[in-house]
Design a protein around this ligand. Sequence first.
Ligand SMILES: Cc1cc2nc3c(=O)[nH]c(=O)nc-3n(C[C@H](O)[C@H](O)[C@H](O)COP(=O)(O)O)c2cc1C
Length: 226
Amino acid sequence: MRQHDSRARTALVVVAHHRNDSLTAHTARRAAAQLETAGYRVDLLDLHAEGFDPRMTVADQPDWGDREKRYSEEVHAHMQRVLDADAVVAVFPVYWLGVPALLKGWIDRVWNYGFAYGRSKPHLAGKRILWLGLAGATADDPIVAGMRSILETSLSEGIAYYCGFSHSTVGLLTDAEERPQRLDAEGNLLVGDAITGAEREAQYTAFDRRTGEFVEAFLAEEPVAA
Ligand SMILES: Cc1cc2nc3c(=O)[nH]c(=O)nc-3n(C[C@H](O)[C@H](O)[C@H](O)COP(=O)(O)O)c2cc1C
């Protein structure tokens, strides 16, 4: 694995899943370990385990007349973690072609007006982000191209670049289900047999390899320190 000149750098790895034994949590741990190997200090933010409430509150609602608004203490603590990070890696299951409510609510409340956007010089300018989305769809499902396009538009264009990030990549990890699924022409969900034994292990190995490739490519695109 390539060594990067990133010893002093911090990566905020955000996990948006309700189960610690999920493939999503497993993938986040793999990504975190890879970042550490590359020299990053990792701040692992498990939104569910930390009890983050994705519901918008009055305290955290933007005030369009006051971009210096003091939001809740909880949100300011999260803002600090984002500020402290050179790179953000968000790991989540794709729900309805988007991010799950837990991650969406974190962005809604924390990436707030005056902090993440609304300034000619954004506080988040120059940061980099990798979105790792796990999708139940199989790689050959025709919906995957549209899914990738929707995620790139909403996450990279709609959120990351809008907030001044210098780089945003969506890594779509298909085949995340133990039982392959697809819709037939009539809209019925066809659920295949659960993969077991050596086949399941091979599936995990292939999954981990693809995760590793996304993280490696993300690290390789890192600008060289002056
Ligand atoms: C509410 C919900 C919505 C989902 N929407 C999609 C979807 O739009 N596309 C897709 O490929 N998979 C979808 N899935 C499947 C999840 O992406 C899949 O179960 C997950 O990535 C598996 O990872 P996990 O074991 O870590 O939860 C959905 C699952 C749920 C529960």
